[in-house]
Design a binder for this molecule. Structure first.
Ligand code: PBG
Length: 323
């Protein structure tokens, strides 16, 4: 006890702090989200997500080169198709925006690890993550569409697929479909514990995927539930997930920590759009130090147990880490 024990001894100077630091970030930890749209030479900034863009395939390639040159190994692709319909057919169109972007990226930035978001909401006219019957998202018919989407991404050359829809049984359905098509080596990163969160607001502007009626609470998790996250993760593990994700991240650090403790798969966390936009907005107002808050947020997600962080801050943080 004091005065014998003085924890401040190990905080006395940057060198000793560096030596005893428990958590360190690296650009290797980051997965950078990119929004692919149709057309050529399109680069439209997303109003609620400063520094993030909807980009056509040609611009995505340029952008991905920059991302890769910063030491970030991976991107995750979201598609904004030219046309949306009831069943989201753009999701599994071999000439869809994401499929085109995958081919271009694998050709032009060969070292880059390309992950794709597998979900229907960006492609359906109603903005829900699956097939609608009588005003409700029907689980089992949706599985078939998700499986088709995943296989079509794999055919285009995706290195990994990441289902974000929260339908029951989708990891197994996707695993089976991938295997049946010869894609045994394509891993699945499942959005295993994905909550029905208001922090997705800016993303829905970016992906133009706001539900046209109702909300996503009949398939995404209730933010009040902690044990249920373990159940979701265990189910995905049994169904063959290779990496499990918790989403959002900042307000779900307890969930990240639980998942890390109970499951030996790599754990990913999604530092979502609203978490990014809040920091950007407060920084713009001069209320916080953007760089320090960004690094603190990312460090806390890693400290909680995330091995991988999907984040719109990836480039900014990599620049700080590379200095
Ligand atoms: C698609 C999907 C969403 C996000 C990732 N994949 C939106 C949603 O579920 O409404 C959110 C990402 C973010 O907010 O940054 N289902």
């Amino acid at each position: 006890m004091f005065p014998l024990l003085r924890p401040r001894r190990l905080r006395n100077g940057e060198t000793i702090r560096r030596m005893v630091r428990e958590t360190s970030l690296s650009p290797d930890d980051f997965i950078y989200p990119l929004f692919v749209t149709y057309g050529r030479n399109v680069r439209k900034e997303i109003a609620s997500m400063p520094g993030c863009f909807q980009e056509s395939v040609d611009r995505i390639v340029k952008h991905a080169k920059e991302v890769y040159s910063l030491g970030i190994p991976s991107v995750i692709l979201f598609g904004i198709p030219e046309e949306k319909d009831e069943t989201g057919s753009g999701a599994y169109d071999p000439h869809g925006v994401v499929q085109k972007a995958i081919r271009a990226l694998k050709e032009k930035v060969p070292g880059l690890y390309v992950i794709t978001d597998v979900c229907m909401c960006e492609y359906t006219s109603h903005g829900h993550c699956g097939v609608i019957v009588n005003g409700d998202v029907k689980n089992d018919p949706t599985l078939e569409l998700l499986a088709r989407e995943a296989v079509s991404h794999a055919e285009a050359g995706a290195d990994m697929v990441a289902p974000s829809d929260m339908m029951d049984g989708r990891v197994e359905a996707i695993r089976t479909a991938l295997d049946d098509s010869g894609f045994h080596e394509v891993p699945i990163m499942s959005y295993a514990a994905k909550y029905a969160s208001a922090f997705y607001g800016p993303f829905r502007d970016a992906a133009e995927s706001t539900p046209q009626f109702g909300d996503r609470r009949s398939y995404q998790m209730d933010p009040a539930n902690r044990r249920e996250a373990r159940k979701e993760v265990m189910l995905d593990l049994d169904e063959g997930a290779d990496i499990v994700m918790v989403k959002p991240a900042m307000t779900y650090l307890d969930i990240i920590s639980d998942v890390k403790e109970r499951c030996d798969l790599p754990v990913a966390a999604y530092n979502v759009s609203g978490e990014y936009s809040m920091v950007k907005a407060a920084a713009k107002l001069g209320w916080i130090d953007e760089e320090r808050v960004m690094m603190e947020v990312l460090t806390s997600i890693k400290r909680a147990g995330a091995d991988l962080i999907l984040t719109y801050f990836a480039k900014d943080a990599a620049k700080v880490l590379n200095r």
